[in-house]
Design a protein. Sequence first.
Length: 196
Amino acid sequence: MSSRPAATASADRRTRVLDRLVELFLHEGFAAFTLDELARRLRCSKSTLYLVATSKEQLVAAVVRRFFQRATAAVESRLQVSEESADPLTTYLQAVAGELQAASPAFFADLTGHPPARAIYETNTRHAARRVQELVVEGIREGRMRDLDAAFVGAAVEQVMTAIHRGDIAGRTGLGDADAYRELARLVSAALTPAS
């Protein structure tokens, strides 16, 4: 008898728990929760949480990683749906803003104060900056964008994204992460739109 159905059921259950934790963390943050409190809030046992991770530190990292995996998939999906858009770069950055909109200030504050979670956000930011650079290269090649140095644009966007996730932009402007990404989309789009 194969253990594959049991392994699949366990993986499915782990994913469901992760997704429920993502929603909880996005709304309330995660720093104040203990494993006991999380089990109570999810109405599950601690052993169910151990399907995800064996410590709170590992659990937080797994949940944050899951959030960014889901967000990345949703952003790329939106980009594919909008393939015919005249401005895929704006579509991409607006989609990033949309995904971050679900996260509360408490989530971002906890993210900043938790080094492993912050490292996941930084890795995601670097990936997004590389994706922006790819979109700029495509846009220039297809004549939809001004012929600017794509590596420079990507590096500049990465610096702004890094400032957003560090909280520098919020501190100077009062804009949350999602709104800051929307403004970044408008700025980059205006800078790269060819003169008519």
